[in-house]
Design a protein around this ligand. Structure first.
Ligand code: GUN
Length: 314
């Protein structure tokens, strides 16, 4: 039987509708909408699209979102200066610096920037203080994509407690925090990565399999436990015609679609996994919309926490 498709876009719409009353309450209390500062450095095409979608979602939801752009030639000092200004701003409750930063900024630049964001405004949950709180299961602001994965599972009626969960990928943005959130929900969690021997033997035990590798269709049916749930976090835009031809061998419709558009957005999970799994997320329309919904939720949480801190001070 074909796997149930978990509709992340519909779940994200529900979450955003639920946020509306809280956004109104914050706006009434502050005399201004919740505010988000988004920093984009350089011109990475994928980041451009992500940031555009984040700004659009914020505006639609009544969250003020201001974009601060810098060229790819910007120095680390210039990026940090923008972060400092947003830290000081009374109009901005949340700050997001889009990752990845241009390579020219040097190794360690990204962490140096995340380290400088006021933890109370860190709507990505990447500041070490928030990462520490996440490890201790007492974080207010947790990373968007991992939090979205948990929401998607919960709202799809998939039991986390007592399940075996396997996360492929150990990034700071997705793999590690997703594993921690699953652990805090009483899953038995394994993190796999590029050096994991016999990956399929490990993933084949997973009741919940989270793929966050960034390699198109890397996860095939042989990786999947029958009846399990697969969450596909991978988003890769394939533009190389030879690569697309190899991926879409025996799939003339998909190949034609690629040739018409000149590119294809692909997840980490091969569609044939749907013949084995019980449920899986699509790409696009799975985890992506939830990442944005959770960013808005975190901006509102940060604004509400700031209001609470102020009222304690008064
Ligand atoms: N790049 C890819 N995902 C994310 C995310 O969740 N936050 C930020 N800041 N950059 C990203």
């Amino acid at each position: 039987m074909a796997a149930r498709i978990l509709d992340g876009a519909a779940i994200a719409r529900t979450i955003r509708a639920e946020l509306a009353s809280r956004i109104q309450a914050v706006t009434a209390r502050l005399g201004r909408p919740p505010g988000l500062g988004v920093v984009l450095v350089g011109d990475d095409p994928a980041s451009e699209i992500y940031v555009r979608n984040k700004l659009k979602a914020a505006h639609e939801s009544g969250v003020r979102a201001d974009l601060r752009r810098l060229p790819a030639t910007a120095t680390l000092t210039e990026v940090l200066r923008i972060v400092e200004a947003l830290n000081e701003s009374d109009e901005h409750d949340g700050i997001l610096v889009q990752s990845p930063l241009p390579r020219g900024l040097g190794r360690g630049a990204e962490q140096a920037v995340f380290d400088r964001i006021d933890p109370a405004k860190d709507v990505d949950g990447f500041h070490p203080a928030n990462v520490g709180r996440l490890v201790q299961n007492r974080a207010l602001l947790t990373p968007g994509t991992p939090t979205g994965v948990i929401e998607l599972l919960d709202r799809s009626g998939i039991q986390i407690a007592g399940s075996r969960a396997v996360v492929i990928g150990r990034s700071e943005i997705v793999g590690k925090p997703t594993a921690l959130l699953l652990l805090h929900r009483d899953a038995t969690v394994t993190i796999c990565h590029s050096k994991t021997p016999d990956l399929a033997a490990v993933t084949g035990q997973a009741d919940i399999l989270v793929a966050a590798i960034g390699r198109p269709w890397f996860v095939g049916p042989e990786f999947v436990k029958p009846g399990s749930t697969i969450i596909d976090v991978g988003v890769t835009r394939v533009t190389d015609p030879a690569y697309a031809k190899a991926l879409f061998a025996g799939m003339p419709d998909r190949l034609r679609g690629f040739e018409m558009r000149g590119s294809a957005v692909m997840g980490d999970v091969h569609p044939r996994c749907g013949e084995v799994a019980g449920a899986m997320t699509p790409v696009p329309g799975g985890v992506g919309p939830l990442t944005i919904a959770m960013l808005l939720a975190n901006t509102v949480k940060a604004a509400m926490a700031a209001i609470e801190r102020q009222s304690v001070r008064w």
